[in-house]
Design a protein around this ligand. Sequence first.
Ligand SMILES: Nc1nc2c(ncn2[C@@H]2O[C@H](COP(=O)(O)OP(=O)(O)OP(=O)(O)O)[C@@H](O)[C@H]2O)c(=O)[nH]1
Length: 210
Amino acid sequence: DNLEEPDLDTHKHLMFFTFVMLVGDSGVGKTCLLVRFKDGAFLAGSFISTVGIDFRNKVMTIDAVKVKLQIWDTAGQERFRSVTHAYYRDAHALLLLYDVTNKASFDNIRAWLTEIHEYAQQDVVVMLLGNKADVTHDRVVKREEGEKLAKEFGVPFMETSAKSGLNVELAFTAVARELKHRTMKEPDEPKFQLQEYVDKEMRTAGCCRS
Ligand SMILES: Nc1nc2c(ncn2[C@@H]2O[C@H](COP(=O)(O)OP(=O)(O)OP(=O)(O)O)[C@@H](O)[C@H]2O)c(=O)[nH]1
């Protein structure tokens, strides 16, 4: 008897281990985004910069399949760059953040994408996130600018807020879905379209926005 054979009818015994890495300039909100996703809370108070790298686990269930995300929160500060470089190679997905109230963090996205290209696996899933979307009057980067940059590089894009929780769960779910599809795609199943998925989910959530 073949006891090693996985139960392909239900998939319920399977669990995928995936590595997701958060990258972007110091202060864009990587730690806050992760804490919001993991604990459902906003880390208020003074800003404590990440030293080197930190990680947290979360298990999500996607279409009855358990996907375990190990999420690496990297330090945005330049002096830790060599530490984070070592982790790129093993990452399955990267959430690349900028801060909509900080133009420099947006302008640096090109440099981050170059770095990703240099150090990460070729088929890594990359998603661009414009964080701190809850801030209104200090905003300096328009949503359209984020969209345009993401289109130029062919990566999906969304605005998020670790403070209000906007799209935080969706960002991680979308990435987990993409990784699950890649591993378990049925032969006749169409390719998962990450941007289409998030656009549809956002339309459903905000029923009355255009
Ligand atoms: N208004 C608002 N503030 C945020 C949001 N996310 C983070 N912040 C604030 O931004 C500051 C930096 O957040 P962190 O999550 O520590 O930033 P980081 O990207 O992890 O920074 P490094 O560890 O240095 O790379 C903190 O003061 C947070 O309170 C958000 O969505 N909205």
